[in-house]
Write a protein that binds this ligand. Structure first.
Ligand code: GLA
Length: 403
């Protein structure tokens, strides 16, 4: 074969043989929903508890409401064997990860694990640095569907390259895995992560307090909310800003605060990853986490993250365009005292979307107002909306055309 024909043949077959690495597509058309062990259980879990969580999720209305991933965070690893294969803690997981994944799958749910792009996890256990392809193959063999990938002990590693490496390893292993990037917003992931993962943390860890600022690495719900305002243009189907997991139902939040937190995460089109004890939660908390009409705001197919529309200090008004020319509006009372509102939609008349060519949403007198939490019509745009919002709570409304 002469040289040029050989080159042509190699190019031809090379074209078909090269599998270009990418993220698995279409795993997150709407924000992912699930549960994660960290916020409530920290390192105190084992396979029995995770099975009970799967039992609870599949029988308490959460599965029907859309929750599907059960994610084990840091503290599941024991070490590596002589071949370098990661070993789960045998005391916590005596039956092994494959058996646990099978159990979770048998409930119609999906299985998530945690690792770290550096040499160690944040709790000092083995990270995936240098073992990316091997770990990805192990996860595929176990039946892992979701990987949260952290950023402790990364030394001088480049974030984008490190996360891309794991993306490619997951893709090569062949089992579709939703890839959750957790580098705390330190390297502006919103600029590169949409091609690498399906969601990326925008900041540091959430705490179950409404407005605290404990230190730079853990913050309350309001502090985290404030960091999302300018990031909205980066979010959309298959690529979500992640303001961190939910603290709904955890001891540091009142019922009002849990409701406000959940409402705002839905307005932000945030992943809804419950972080409480869903085996023993109260009915009130279960009703928050499974409220169909509120979850529909989060899961709206347009995937538009809310605009902070009006800011009156302690009173904020957030606005989220939905499909079918509907809108969600969230009045947030950040103060402890109740707050009266008297709001004339027509006085404002319009909302501009700066990230969307200044698209203008205009209101007229033709919208009815549905209080989503109470599932009750509370008027329409022909007359001002008057209400009292309890401290640290919200009034969450859906605007739709009067039939
Ligand atoms: C970091 C992450 C958290 C959690 C812990 C686990 O702090 O940001 O979400 O995964 O590590 O150690």
């Amino acid at each position: 074969m002469n040289k040029s024909i050989r080159a042509l043949v190699i190019t031809f077959f090379g074209f078909f043989l090269t599998v270009e690495a990418q993220k698995f597509k279409d795993l997150a058309p709407t924000p992912p929903m699930g549960w994660n062990s960290l916020n409530y259980f920290k390192c105190d879990f084992n396979e029995q508890l995770i099975r009970e969580v799967a039992d609870a999720m599949s029988s308490n209305g959460m599965k029907e409401a859309g929750y599907e991933y059960i994610i084990i965070d840091d503290c599941w690893q024991a070490g590596r064997d002589e071949q370098g294969t990661i070993i789960p803690d045998p005391d916590k997981f005596p039956s092994g990860m494959k058996a646990l994944a099978d159990y979770i799958h048998s409930k119609g749910l999906k299985f998530g694990l945690y690792s770290d792009a550096g040499t160690k996890t944040c709790k000092g256990l083995p990270g995936s640095r240098g073992y990316e392809y091997q770990d990805a193959r192990t996860y595929a063999a176990w039946g892992v569907d979701f990987l949260k990938y952290d950023w402790c002990h990364h030394s001088t590693q480049d974030a984008r390259a490190s996360y891309t490496l794991m993306r490619d390893a997951l893709y090569a292993a062949g089992r579709p895995v939703l890839f959750s990037i957790c580098e705390w917003g330190e390297n502006e992931p919103w600029l590169w992560a949409p091609k690498v993962g399906h969601m990326w943390r925008t900041g540091h860890d959430i705490k179950d307090c409404f407005n605290c600022d404990l230190n730079t690495s853990s913050q309350g719900v309001m502090k985290i909310l404030d960091q999302q305002v300018d990031l909205r243009k980066y979010a959309g189907p298959d690529a979500w800003n992640d303001p961190d997991m939910l603290e709904v139902g955890n001891p540091g939040l009142t019922l009002s605060e849990s409701r406000a937190h959940f409402s705002l995460w839905c307005m932000l089109a945030a992943p809804l990853i419950a972080g409480n004890d869903i085996i023993h939660m109260s009915d009130e908390i279960r009703e928050i986490l499974t409220h169909e009409a509120v979850i529909a705001i989060d899961q709206d197919p347009l995937g538009i993250q809310a605009i902070k529309w009006l800011d009156y200090g302690d009173l904020e008004i957030w606005f989220k365009p939905l499909q079918n020319d509907e809108y969600a509006v969230c009045f947030l009372n950040r103060s402890e005292a109740p707050r009266k509102i008297d709001f004339d939609f027509n006085q404002w008349g319009r909302v501009f979307d700066p990230e969307n060519d200044w698209k203008k949403y205009t209101f007229d007198l033709t919208y009815q107002l549905l209080n989503l939490w109470e599932e009750k019509l509370i008027g329409d745009t022909r007359s001002p909306l008057r209400a009292t919002i309890p401290g640290h709570d919200v009034l969450l409304i859906k605007m739709s055309k009067i039939p």
